[in-house]
Design a protein around this ligand. Structure first.
Ligand code: ADE
Length: 248
């Protein structure tokens, strides 16, 4: 997997992509990260990348030429995606992470300031992606979210003890709670079952906790979960929850 990021702030990308699990995956050549600064494609003394908006108004708008040239400088691979980060794009989620994890190359355009010239979208036809219904000052945090979420799905990026299989959203359920030593902390006990060593019971308890957390915090996800082909154990858990609810 090759990530190329067109950004006016390459140091932001480099710092994150050199740390922790993403940094390790990069070091182990599971993926690569390259930054391209649009300022490199300017000819004036001040290396200008933005200008005032036609029609007036506040703020500055990123210009076409440095961004077109930056995109054109990338050696495009066959199975490649060009993404532009914008609050008006499709909302990023785990399904999109999975889809993108099958690409060979992902190229990102990070906007900044008031926005970018619309012809960057019209002419380059990137996929517009938003990381949520809020407005950031630039595309870099969104790009890092996407790189991070994809990297952890790439084979070899997580250790055996950092499994990406059992996790929130992979099956429309939130994660079950985790505990580590000590068994009691400030009067709070680790649930007894986790100390029992009974693996089958622990697995069922964890699944039930996942279902309960999803019902409580994300009823929308729970509705999706119920539509799925459920296992015998999942049906049993739903029945148990239904029964104890009746008792309340
Ligand atoms: N740039 C500014 N806000 C953004 C958002 N919510 N998602 C992606 N890119 C952005």
């Amino acid at each position: 997997m090759e990530f190329n990021i067109i950004t006016l702030f390459p140091e932001v990308i480099d710092f994150y992509c050199s740390s922790s699990i993403v940094g390790r995956a990069r070091k182990n050549n599971i993926m690569s990260v390259n930054t391209i600064n649009p300022r490199e494609f300017t000819n004036d003394k001040h290396r200008t990348v933005d200008d005032t908006p036609y029609g007036g108004g506040a703020g500055m708008v990123l210009m076409c030429d440095p961004f077109f040239k930056a995109v054109e400088s990338i050696e495009k691979k066959q199975n490649s995606e060009l993404i532009i980060l914008t609050p008006s794009g499709e909302t990023f989620n785990q399904k999109l992470v999975q889809e993108l994890s099958n690409k060979e190359q992902i190229n990102f355009i990070c906007g900044h300031y008031e926005g970018f010239d619309q012809r960057i979208i019209h002419g380059l036809q990137p996929r517009e992606v938003s990381i949520g219904d809020f407005v950031l000052t630039g595309g870099e945090p969104g790009t890092l979210c996407i790189i991070d979420a994809i990297t952890r799905l790439l084979p070899g990026s997580l250790g055996a003890d950092e499994s990406a299989i059992e996790e929130s959203f992979s099956e429309d359920l939130l994660e079950y709670p985790h505990y580590t030593r000590p068994a009691e902390y400030r009067g709070m006990q680790v649930p007894e079952i986790l100390l029992s060593g009974h693996h089958a019971n622990i697995a069922k308890w964890r699944k039930k906790q996942s279902v309960l957390a999803t019902i409580k915090k994300r009823p929308d996800l729970f509705e999706k979960f119920k539509q799925k082909q459920l296992t015998k154990q999942e049906k049993e858990i739903l029945k148990e929850i239904e029964e104890t609810r009746g008792e309340e």
